[in-house]
Ligand binder design. Sequence first.
Ligand code: PSV
Ligand code: MN
Ligand code: MN
Length: 388
Amino acid sequence: MSDIRAVKDALRRQHIETPSWAYGNSGTRFKVFPQRGVPRTPQEKIDDAAQVHKYTGVAPSVALHIPWDAVDDYAALAEYARERGVRIGAINSNVFQDEDYMLGSVTNPDPRVRRKALDHLLECVDIMDATGSRDLKLWFSDGTNYPGQDDIRARQDRLAEALSAVYERLGDDQRFLLEYKLFEPAFYVTDVPDWGTAYAHCVRLGPKAQVVVDTGHHAPGTNIEFIVAFLLREGRLGGFDFNSRFYADDDLMVGAADPFQLFRIMHEVVRAGGHEPEAGVAFMLDQCHNIEPKIQGQIRSVMNVQEATAKALLVDADALRKAQQDGDVLAANAVLMDAYNTDVRPLLAELREEMGLDPDPIAAYLRSGYLEKVVAERRGGTAAGWGA
Ligand code: PSV
Ligand code: MN
Ligand code: MN
């Protein structure tokens, strides 16, 4: 796609969801560093997410994590979000922070624990009904640490049983997104370690079961864009949890470690039309800002996804196809590199002005005085969820 108008229209339509937990205090298992002005309630997290949308114009939804964002009235929370110009996005379940889950949640050998985990997942669908959310994000920390600790096959059976019960509970317009992760916290077997496992479980269930690719959840050197291309071709790419990694599940700002990889991923997305909202690919961020300011970090990440998408949209598809058909390896590679090496910042600045926004979202946010205001108002912000 090289018509600039069409590129801009596509960028306007692409929405990037921010996670509520990115606004809270976070850190590593060594230390959570508190920051001034961080939100104390789910409502304040929504306020902060609304700032990201206000300055980027393309982040109109915020994902919740339950029970980190537990409230009595979810419909009222959704209304609160609407009043601030955003909406509630994916509901992230949490079956990894209870002592009962030491040996697993839905794959636990104890049926009582499995029931408890399933009840939580079903409760998350109730919350989706109340908030109008389309997606339930499922990430299981389940696995084992030692050979022989539990039966690998039996754990897959238990997983399938739970997924099927959740699938049955989904409404017509709802889906679940099954997230895989190579390792951590389990170090020997992880019950959903890779896209193939997630995909196989989803295919058994039907189209409302989709795979979510967290870009930090692979072995070093994994070709993530291949996974993306494959899942899109099979109609099973439900979305992304975007973040960057240097080593393991680092949860750094997307595009910070390897912007070229992000471009390659977005090239496969655009190649399949997955950037269009109708394709149903949810572009979500899953990041922790341990040392950098949080709202500003989210704005930066949204811009990084937009820049990678813009470059992918600028790929000269006809020239690429021709070079590929001619077997001209270097010309084909040059077409991609030309797009990647384009400075798309002026185009995005122009687009923002056309959308009635400041061309420089970070400068506009910093000028707004929002951070100073919340620092003055908020005392004792909450931890994102891990280090509480
Ligand atoms: C797990 O590492 C993960 O990527 C899942 O998406 C969780 O829900 C999220 O991080 C927050 O802990
Ligand atoms: Mn994730
Ligand atoms: Mn993760």
